[in-house]
Structures are given as structure tokens and as C-alpha cells.
Write a protein that binds this ligand. Structure first.
Ligand code: SAM
Length: 325
């Protein structure tokens, strides 16, 4: 087995409260009764062993000392908590799906279901959330996770998102799409996320050289964004990776912005004020230019107490229509 990355010892144990089953206030009381002490110290200061904090950027996320374990906790088995890295919570927060009965959302690459269940919680179990997963085994995991978290507004679909017909009437009202496709995983130093221990790297790529592998991934990721842009009612698309490579992040976004789908659909990057504005680390200016770089998010595994991550958000022009995260 590979030795653990030493940086993982510095990443807090993040616990997302499943707000479909209880509130953050209930969770805080529960942990206090269990002997934990709530601190209000800044997130980047070290934790005492028995302390926890409410996260500064994700309101339903708690952070504990890295050594605290919840893997055998009945809260996890009962779906009341989900072990999810902070950065991996950003995409659903950035997408900020509506909590309305007529809401219609797609999670295009859903398994194991961390972000799907997060979206469902933000939607308060209302409206409809189509969750695509093409891999059969991982689809089983997704269904299990949806059941545990008691998400009622999700329709899981075991299919390749790229083969869906955007003009299918079932998807005619889809306004928000989350794309968190397979990537190199180069940002992951700590496999905190529940059930994220199996790899989803496309098999033929394992033997490729690094450049070929990244080029193939980037071309697949770009195809996914361009496909999402073909849905007639879609207003907002969040594209994320757990990669630190420019090729899969700013490089893919740059190509997506100049694609025929973006130009004809008038897709632009949603400005910073709508995309976790208080998160300080933004994209690489050299590739995107200052304004677009400011619109996207990066997380550094060396400096941010999270896995390495990237989040971008496309909207049709007139972003004021889409709500702040
Ligand atoms: N969003 C998930 C979460 O937070 O739990 C993790 C998603 S993982 C990075 C990417 C997933 O997308 C894998 O399970 C993979 O099998 C699936 N996938 C890749 N390409 C796909 C496609 N074209 N259609 C549907 N699913 C796809």
C-alpha cells in the first residue's frame, strides 16, 4: 500500500451535516454533549483534539481534529453526517440549486454521491434532481448513498451523460447542471470522502504517459461541458475537478468558453461575487486573464487544509438571474 501523503495529517476531519435529517444546531448540540468543544478560531489555526468548528465557507460543514474518526459512527450509518472534504462541498454551494417544487437539476457524474446528496439537501428534497452515473458498480454505491441520506427528489440514471439527448422533454426544464467528471485526481492528498476509495480513472489511460493521459482527460472534460451547454433551459453549469493540473482546469475552461456551444448559448464565467466570493484562492491569471481567473476557485493541498480542487461556474449572460452562493 502507498504511504499516506504527510499533508493529509494537516487536513481537518470534515463532516457535512445532512440537513435533510437534522439541523446544524442539532448537530452542534449533539457533539457538545459528546464532549467536544466548539471553537470560533480561524479555520487555518491548529485544532485541539476535542474541538470542532463550523466552517467559514460551507454553512453545513463542521471541522474536527484530523485524528477524530467517524467511520464507525452511527451518525454516518444513519445518513445524518457525510464525510466530505471541504473543497468537495464547493461545487454544490457554487451551483446553489433552487429549493422549489418546480426546480429541475442534473448531476451528470454522480457516484459515489457526495455532491448529489449535497445538492438534494440544498434543494430541501424539493423539485427533481437527475443523477447520471455510467459505471454500473458505482451506480450501486450511488443508490445506496441516496437511500442512506434519505434523498427523495433524486432520480438516479445508470447511463452515460454524453448519450443523453438534450432535447428529450424530460430535461426540457433543467436549469442547473453539475459536472464533476473523472479527472487525474492529482489534488487528492486525503481520501476523506466517504466511499471515494475506488478510482474512477478511465482504464486505458493508466498506461499512457502523463501528457497523453492529461490530454485525453481534458478532451473528455471539455466534451462534457459542451454537452451540458446544449440543454435549452440551462442557466448555470458548475464544472469541478480534484486536479491541480492547469490542463484539466483553466485549460478546459478556456476552450469551453470559446466553443460553438458557449458562443451561441452566450455562456460566460459567473463573476466572483456569485461564486464563493470570500474564498481567497482563485484561478491562474496567466491562462484565463485577471477577470476570468478571479471568477474561478482553486484549493491548494499545501496551503488551504483541503484537497487540491478546482471549481468554475458558467452562466448565460446576465448572471444576476442566478443567485449568489
Ligand atoms: N461527484 C461525485 C461525488 O462527489 O461523489 C464524484 C464524481 S467522480 C469524480 C466522476 C464519476 O463520473 C465517476 O463515478 C464516473 O464513473 C462518472 N462518469 C464519468 N464519465 C461519465 C459520463 N460520461 N456519464 C456519466 N457518468 C460518468
Amino acid at each position: 500500500a502507498q504511504a499516506p501523503d504527510p499533508r493529509s495529517a494537516l487536513i481537518p476531519r470534515y463532516v457535512r451535516v445532512n440537513t435533510l435529517l437534522w439541523t446544524v444546531a442539532d448537530a452542534v448540540s449533539h457533539f457538545k454533549r459528546g464532549g467536544f468543544v466548539q471553537e470560533n478560531s480561524p479555520m487555518n489555526t491548529p485544532f485541539a483534539k476535542k474541538s470542532f468548528r463550523i466552517d467559514d465557507h460551507v454553512p453545513d460543514l463542521l471541522a474536527f481534529h484530523p485524528s477524530v474518526r467517524f467511520h464507525d459512527s452511527e451518525l454516518l450509518a444513519g445518513g445524518r453526517i457525510i464525510l466530505q472534504d471541504k473543497a468537495s462541498c464547493f461545487p454544490a454551494v457554487a451551483l446553489s440549486p433552487p429549493a422549489e417544487d418546480d426546480a429541475c437539476v442534473i448531476d451528470a457524474t454522480a457516484a459515489p454521491g457526495n455532491k448529489t446528496t449535497h445538492l438534494s439537501a440544498l434543494m430541501q428534497n424539493r423539485g427533481k434532481l437527475f443523477a447520471f452515473e455510467r459505471d454500473k458498480k458505482r451506480f450501486g454505491t450511488l443508490r445506496m448513498m441516496i437511500g442512506m441520506a434519505q434523498c427523495k427528489n433524486i432520480e438516479p440514471i445508470n447511463a452515460d451523460f454524453l448519450t443523453t439527448d438534450p432535447s428529450d422533454e424530460r430535461f426540457g426544464r433543467v436549469t442547473h447542471i453539475l459536472l464533476d467528471p473523472s479527472c487525474s485526481g492529482s489534488g487528492i492528498v486525503n481520501r476523506l470522502d466517504y466511499l471515494l476509495d475506488d478510482t474512477d480513472v478511465i482504464e486505458e489511460q493508466v498506461n499512457d504517459g502523463e501528457d497523453t493521459r492529461l490530454a485525453k482527460l481534458a478532451s473528455f472534460q471539455l466534451m462534457m461541458i459542451r454537452h451540458a451547454m446544449k440543454f435549452a433551459s440551462v442557466q448555470k453549469i458548475v464544472y469541478s475537478t480534484c486536479s491541480v493540473h492547469e490542463e484539466e482546469n483553466e485549460g478546459v475552461v478556456t476552450q469551453a468558453l470559446s466553443s460553438p456551444e458557449a458562443l451561441s448559448g452566450k455562456f460566460v464565467l459567473c463573476p466572483r461575487e456569485y461564486v464563493l466570493p470570500s474564498w481567497p484562492r482563485r484561478g491562474l491569471k496567466e491562462k484565463l486573464g485577471a477577470d476570468d481567473a478571479d471568477a474561478v476557485i482553486r484549493c491548494s493541498p499545501d496551503e488551504d487544509q483541503t484537497n487540491g480542487f478546482f471549481v468554475s461556474c458558467f452562466v448565460r449572460e446576465s448572471p444576476s438571474a442566478v443567485g449568489k452562493s
